[in-house]
Ligand binder design. Sequence first.
Ligand SMILES: [Zn+2]
Length: 148
Amino acid sequence: MRCPKCKNLDTKVIDSRIAEDGKSIRRRRECEKCESRFTTFERMEFVNFVVTKSTGEEELYDRSKVERSIEKAVYKRNVDHTAIETMINDLENEWAANKKGITSKRIGKDILRKLKDIDQVAYVRFASIYHNFEDVRQFADFIKSEFE
Ligand SMILES: [Zn+2]
């Protein structure tokens, strides 16, 4: 953020608050060179779409749910969290752009597909939740078909 007075690029934030519209952040900044103060408004991007659950119920997409389910799968795995963040961001853009609407099943399937490239153990863990295997045999068959 460039200082409007001296054009210096180094400014520090001295105060941040949510603006009245609830969708932007108002920041008070101070130039580190000339010490002049100015205000910026930064817009927050919301990803907003409806998800149809397997029961047929509809609900507003909730990123924290997706994050929690992935956290379980990557638990104690040495996984790059930036890669996970990027993965969710990319998928959210795909989902939000889908005019036909998104099902929770599709969300699970997409995460599964992407996780495979990031971490194979996390992928298998996520798959076991997603496919809801009835017994060890089903699970073993899945692993076999995926990795052999
Ligand atoms: Zn300045």
